[in-house]
Design a protein around this ligand. Structure first.
Ligand SMILES: N[C@@H](CCC(=O)N[C@@H](CS)C(=O)NCC(=O)O)C(=O)O
Length: 217
């Protein structure tokens, strides 16, 4: 039986999961959730995920919300101990650390700008939120100065997760190449992955352009 993934292509965390499904060739049925029409607030969806977020993965009796938990699960079940999430406690600890960094730190800064836009039609952006994103870029640059990818010198699921977030952030605050050269070269490496071209490129652009328009109003 295929796993089910409830998603929206525009959603950065959903796109991370969609890319992982593509990489691992997961037998999957994708189900679109129309956030604009509040499908995620309907009782059946809330029963599955009281947090009312996408993505959600359903694999028989396992129901998972949160893209990071889903990325780990997919890697463990379908990843064949590959380099994206190797079966090594120390390497996994470093990858998990950066997955948590994306979830708690980077994505929060994206959500601070995008939630009011998507959920309540807000327009414009406060300087404080832009400053917070700039601080996050500084931290990301520092991480990527220490290692080529976020959790070492191999691309891992932590990069895939953070990449989708950065693909949104860069439309809010462009990533100045003279200040953040490592971030820009990391983005290029990820953009060139076949799964990123296939599953991320177009929806990330649409998502970014929508945000850009909203913050310029
Ligand atoms: N930490 C969560 C964040 C998921 C999330 O916030 N998804 C947004 C779309 S990008 C959503 O579903 N928002 C609807 C809501 O919060 O009601 C994850 O990584 O899955």
């Amino acid at each position: 039986m295929p796993v089910k993934v409830y998603k929206l292509d525009l959603s950065p965390p959903a796109r991370a999961v969609i890319m992982a499904c593509d990489i691992y060739k997961v037998p999957v049925e994708f189900i679109d959730v129309d956030l604009m029409n509040k499908e995620h607030l309907k009782p059946a969806y809330l029963k599955m995920n009281p947090l009312h977020t996408v993505p959600v993965l359903v694999d028989d009796d396992v129901i998972l919300h949160d893209s990071h938990a889903i990325l780990i699960y997919l890697s463990e079940v379908y990843g064949n101990n590959g380099t994206l999430y190797p079966n090594n406690v120390k390497q996994r600890a470093l990858i998990n650390q950066k997955l948590f960094f994306n979830n708690s730190y980077l994505f929060t800064r994206l959500g601070n700008v995008t939630y009011p836009i998507f959920m309540s039609g807000a327009r414009g952006v406060d300087q404080k939120k832009l400053d917070d994103i700039n601080v996050a870029y500084g931290i990301l640059e520092e991480f990527l100065t220490r290692t080529t990818f976020l959790a070492g010198d191999n691309l891992t699921i932590a990069d895939i997760a953070a990449f989708t977030t950065v693909c949104g952030l860069m439309y809010i605050l462009p990533i100045d190449n003279s200040r953040y050269p490592k971030i820009n070269s990391w983005i290029k490496k990820l953009e060139n992955q076949p799964y990123a071209k296939k599953c991320n490129e177009q929806p990330a652009k649409m998502y970014g352009q929508f945000i850009q328009k909203a913050i310029q109003q």
